[in-house]
Design a protein around this ligand. Structure first.
Ligand code: ADP
Ligand code: 2DT
Ligand code: MG
Length: 212
């Protein structure tokens, strides 16, 4: 007897600014899907545990310096080194929830306003990575984010950078399809419900189109 065919898992990306609630919501979504009996994994980028991730970690903590292009490619390489395992999970029916992905990759790099690092340049190394079935953008105002605590000590955690990042997220998500913009200023449970609804309709859509 052969095992019944498994429906492939979904690739769910959660994006947003610092303190938008990404990590809290990824955990809640994982628990909610898991309670519904789905196989589910929660991963995050950068994955600071790999050798490339350790370079990224020291750059973010400010203990090392990197050329803007070079660190951009390391962030991308950090996704490529995990891409195969994401594809394997999805094929085997496991839903993968990803905390930050290519969108953070292009937006944070392009926000540096380096004349040779455009959004277009930044997209190139992302081409061919596993394609998200849905991207949830947790949208939050600077005022709401400030209520959730001050900036940390890492690179990028300052007002000027966050303002440019917010603008660029808006620019790319205006053109992007399959993105759900979620008002992340609501209560934790309110946001979680909105995310669960968006994910449920994404899965219905995948079933209807026979996504394999
Ligand atoms: P991110 O991963 O986007 O940086 P976190 O999930 O770590 O955000 O949340 C940042 C902080 O804000 C945490 O202290 C968290 O408990 C709090 N928080 C998250 N979501 C909400 C919400 N909807 N309302 C109020 N506080 C929140
Ligand atoms: P957190 O670990 O707190 O999410 O912060 N970043 C992230 C990039 O510049 N490029 C990328 O490709 C990714 C995934 C966003 C990680 C910081 O690193 C930035 C904030
Ligand atoms: Mg987080």
């Amino acid at each position: 007897t052969s095992a019944p065919p498994t429906r492939r898992g979904a690739l769910i990306v959660v994006e947003g600014l610092d303190r938008a609630g990404k990590s809290s919501q990824c955990e809640m979504l994982r628990d909610s899907l898991s309670r519904q009996g789905q196989e589910v994994k929660y991963i995050r980028f950068p994955d600071r545990t790999t050798p490339i991730g350790k370079l990224i970690d020291s750059y973010l903590r400010g203990t090392s310096h990197q050329d803007d292009h070079s660190i951009h490619l390391l962030f991308s390489a950090n996704r490529w080194e995990i891409a195969k395992s994401i594809e394997k999970d999805i094929t085997n029916g496991t839903t993968v929830i990803v905390d930050r992905y290519s969108y953070s990759g292009v937006v944070y790099s392009a926000a540096k306003a380096n004349p040779t690092l455009s959004l277009e340049w930044a997209w190139q190394p992302e081409i061919g990575l596993p394609r998200p079935d849905i991207c949830l953008f947790l949208s939050i105002s600077p005022e709401e984010a400030a209520k959730r605590g001050g900036f940390g000590a890492e690179r990028y955690e300052n007002e000027a950078m966050q303002t440019r990042v917010r603008e660029l997220f808006r620019t790319i998500f205006e053109k992007q399809q399959d993105v759900s913009i979620i008002d992340a200023g609501k209560s934790i449970n309110g946001v979680a419900q909105e995310i669960q609804d968006a994910v449920a309709s994404c899965i219905v859509r995948m079933d209807a189109t026979g996504a394999l």
